[in-house]
Write a protein that binds this ligand. Sequence first.
Ligand code: URA
Length: 202
Amino acid sequence: MNIKRKWNNALNVLYVKQELKLFLGRGKIDSILYIVGEAPGRDEDIQGEPFVGRSGKLLTKMLEAIAIDRKEIFITNIVKCRPPENRDPQLEEIQACSPHLTWQINFGKPKYILTLGRFSTGYFLDDFKSSLKSLRIGTPKSPLYPHITVLPTYHPAAVLRSPERWKPLVWEDLKKLSYLLLQENFYNDEQKAQLKKNKVIE
Ligand code: URA
C-alpha cells in the first residue's frame, strides 16, 4: 500500500502542500503493548523518530515510572506525517493513515493500546464526541480491533501544560496498565522490584 500517496491525496483534499516525511513507529512491533499518539511534531520531524521532543521525554519518564523501557514496546502515532504548523490532525488524515496503522496492528498483534489524547482515543474507540474523562473509565475494547483493550489517557503535551490537573489522572491510568501487564507476566523480577520501589505495587 502506498501510504504516502494516500496521505498526499488526503492533504490535497485539504489544499495543503508540503514535503512529507513518514514516521512509522519505533520499538518492538510484536510487543503486547502499543502506545499510540497523535502525529509527529517539529522535533520528530527533525530527528525522524516519534516522541523525541518534550512530550516524548515525559513519555519516557511516564513509562519508567511503571518499569517499562520504551525499546521493549511499540510507539507510533495515528497520523504518520507532521501536520502543517503542528495543527490538530484532521479526520481525512486519520483515515488516510489508518490502513497503515491497521497493518501494524495485524502484524504485531498487541493486546493493549495506551492511547495518548483525544484523537488517538477517538480513533480506537470510534468515538470523537465523548470526553476523554468519560472514555478513560474501565477497560474498553476497541470496536475497530475487538481483540484490543484500549487504555485512554491524556497526552503528555497536556500534562506539560497543566501538570497539577492531569498528572494524577495519568498516574492512575499508568497504574491500571501496569496491573494488566503484571497479569500478563510482562515484567521480569528486576522490573517488579522497580514497581515496588515506585509504589505501584506493595
Ligand atoms: N506528539 C505526538 O502525538 N506524537 C509524537 O510523535 C510527538 C508528539
